[in-house]
Design a protein around this ligand. Structure first.
Ligand code: ZN
Length: 85
């Protein structure tokens, strides 16, 4: 399975010297352009936001986990009470 192919020259001049550009099979995007895009501020901001969101999700999960532990504790105390009946 090939992920890349040599296609039409990129408008930004990312050719391999023969007038062809390495492109992604499927998206047809220039591989070099995609690398450049990753270096842009927009991309960095996107990732910063993404990681911030991820952190927020983790905090939420942690809260839920703690709540689960508390719930379990309640459940256990009820169970203990039932056992002593
Ligand atoms: Zn390009």
């Amino acid at each position: 399975m090939t992920k890349h192919y040599l296609g039409r020259a990129c408008k930004y001049g990312h050719d391999d010297g023969t007038g062809h550009t390495l492109r992604h099979t499927g998206s047809n995007q220039c591989v070099e352009c995609m690398v450049d895009k990753r270096k842009t501020e927009e991309y960095k901001e996107y990732h910063a936001a993404y990681h911030q969101k991820l952190r927020a999700n983790n905090i939420e999960k942690l809260k839920q986990y703690r709540q689960t532990q508390i719930d379990k504790g309640n459940h256990n105390s009820k169970y203990e009470k039932d056992k002593t009946k």
